[in-house]
Design a protein around this ligand. Structure first.
Ligand SMILES: C[S@@+](CC[C@H](N)C(=O)[O-])C[C@H]1O[C@@H](n2cnc3c(N)ncnc32)[C@H](O)[C@@H]1O
Length: 228
């Protein structure tokens, strides 16, 4: 896996050195040219920590909208569509979005090119479920609050935000990209009008195991005024 990280790390380093925090994703997907082996996070299947969460939650009874942030090659978005969500899935990389459309030509998912840091206005407050997997951990620390603020804004009243990321303690050695999150960084989400419902800190089944956080947040339902 670490060999697969060489190219992304080089591209990230070059783009970040010229102040471009997100340009390296498109450069990587374009370089991959349809070969998923070049993209280290492209497992071509649903994320197992998301699959476990989804299995533990009832399917939506009425049509519910979900937003998938940094959707990569689309497997998590497709899994949500398969259980009945109306899904919008976006990525900053046009090549990744085109790749999703090629992989899933009959999909009901609405794939879009967009930047989380410039969230489209008409997505604000619109989604009953917002899903973020491994995107904030590839953004520089100084952009993370803005990223969390934007994803929180997309959550509808009574809606959920699910974040899955690598985790670390403040005393851990800083790693090369991906850059794991601190629980304290996630706590910022609670200043964006959401409340933490659950926070899990665990080692996964990889060899060697990787520390992960899975955190769920909820926006309170709007309070309707009582009849007098
Ligand atoms: C580490 S990958 C994870 C992809 C996918 N979520 C997964 O778990 O396989 C991060 C993804 O986020 C996208 N991304 C990075 N910054 C973004 C931004 N500001 N807005 C939208 N997508 C972004 C990248 O292009 C990439 O596809």
């Amino acid at each position: 896996m670490d060999d697969r990280r060489e190219l992304p790390r080089k591209l990230a380093h070059e783009h970040l050195a010229r102040g471009d925090a997100t340009g390296w994703f498109e450069a990587l997907y374009a370089e991959a040219d349809g070969k998923e082996q070049v993209v280290p996070w492209a497992d071509m299947q649903i994320n197992p920590h998301f699959a476990a969460w989804l299995a533990a939650h009832p399917r939506p009874e009425a049509a519910k909208r979900a937003l998938v942030i940094g959707c990569g090659l689309g497997d998590d978005a497709e899994a949500l569509a398969a259980v009945g969500f109306q899904v919008v899935a976006f990525d900053v990389s046009p090549t990744a979005v085109a790749w999703c459309r090629d992989r899933f030509p009959a999909s009901t998912v609405q794939y879009a090119v967009a930047d989380l840091l410039k969230l489209p206005e008409d997505w604000i407050g619109r989604f009953e479920l917002v899903l973020e997997i491994y995107t904030v951990q590839v953004l520089p620390v100084e952009l993370r609050r803005q990223a969390f603020e934007r994803m929180a804004q997309a959550v509808a009243a009574d809606g959920t935000l699910l974040v899955i990321a690598r985790g670390r303690d403040a005393t851990d050695e800083p790693c090369n990209m991906p850059w794991p999150l601190l629980h304290d960084e996630l706590k910022f989400i609670e200043t964006c009008g959401l409340r933490e419902v659950s926070f899990e800190d665990f080692l996964d089944q990889e060899c060697p195991p990787v520390r992960r956080f899975r955190a769920e947040y909820r926006r309170p339902a709007t309070i309707t005024s009582a009849k007098s």
